[in-house]
Design a protein around this ligand. Structure first.
Ligand SMILES: C[S@@+](CC[C@H](N)C(=O)[O-])C[C@H]1O[C@@H](n2cnc3c(N)ncnc32)[C@H](O)[C@@H]1O
Length: 265
């Protein structure tokens, strides 16, 4: 599993590169790249060690890790309500587009992989991408050997994915956590094959109560503005509709789906 840890850096920390040796010495860890200027440590690891254990080793060496806000809920994420919400979303997606045994897909902001796992049996390969080590550990513990063979787990953002062979990117409830949507869609354009699609489901613009008291980059989205942004970057909007609602703390939030196709400009 490819993983990335973000640490807080200081000037003195940037002068040397001690973390490379610390992470590299852990069992099952290989391919370590530690950039002490940006505070990003990338590595691969086998099942001999979990991402959480690696983070603990980094913390014990005196480094502060930038917080994983999903750490406390990762193991309880798959509630019957969330599982149903994802099944309803996948049913909605299937009513608009087909998946094929040749498809290579990305489940972006996959969390515990609820969306990708619904689709894994009918596609060729799924890349699960998420910034949260704990959500990805929960996903990894659910994957059977056969499922592991047809999937990859990447801890990071779409910016860390360098391939360009993707047929479908699916982002369910993750886009409002991503700061720079413009940069994300531009990267998606380069990641998708011509004719590939970006499928987004999220909540409509709201007053900030959805995550309160936590602050997230976007309080939902204005779908007209989001669709215009997709078009300006070289996508054709195939679907833009409200398809359901999500109830949180007794309040209803409307859910939209946008399916945008990567076209030649
Ligand atoms: C609300 S959860 C949704 C998880 C999953 N898609 C689902 O529907 O169950 C949002 C997820 O987005 C992830 N996330 C936040 N920022 C991200 C980024 N820049 N790139 C990739 N994933 C991100 C979080 O770690 C979290 O797992």
């Amino acid at each position: 599993m490819e993983t990335k840890i973000n640490i807080k850096t200081t000037n003195s920390c940037a002068l040397k590169n001690p973390l490379h040796g610390i992470v590299n010495s852990l069992p099952g860890v290989y391919g370590v790249e530690a950039d002490m200027f940006s505070g990003v440590i990338k590595f691969n690891h086998t099942n001999e060690v979990s991402a959480i254990e690696i983070e603990e080793a980094v913390r014990s060496a005196g480094y502060e890790i930038i917080k994983d806000s999903f750490a406390e809920i990762a193991n309880e994420w798959d509630t019957p309500q969330r599982v149903k919400m994802v099944k309803d979303f996948v049913t909605e997606v299937r009513s608009h587009i087909r998946f094929s045994g040749e498809d290579i897909i990305v489940d972006l902001g996959c969390g515990t992989g609820l969306v990708g796992l619904e689709l894994l049996d009918e596609v060729k390969f799924c890349n699960f991408i998420d910034t949260s080590a704990s959500m990805l550990d929960a996903l990894e513990s659910k994957l059977s050997y056969a499922q592991l063979e047809r999937s990859a787990i990447l801890k990071g953002s779409l910016m860390d994915y360098t391939g360009s062979e993707i047929d479908k990117i699916i982002a369910h409830n993750s886009m409002h956590h991503i700061e720079d949507i413009n940069a994300l869609i531009e990267r998606a354009k380069r990641t998708l094959k011509p004719g590939g699609v970006f499928i987004v489901a999220d909540i409509l613009e709201e007053d900030g109560s959805f995550h309160y008291p936590e602050v997230v980059p976007h309080n939902g989205f204005n779908t007209t503005k989001l669709a215009n942004l997709f078009e300006s970057i070289g996508f054709k909007i195939l679907i833009n509709r409200i398809y359901g609602k999500q109830i949180k703390k007794d309040k209803e939030y409307q859910k939209f789906i946008i399916i945008a196709k990567n076209i030649e400009l």
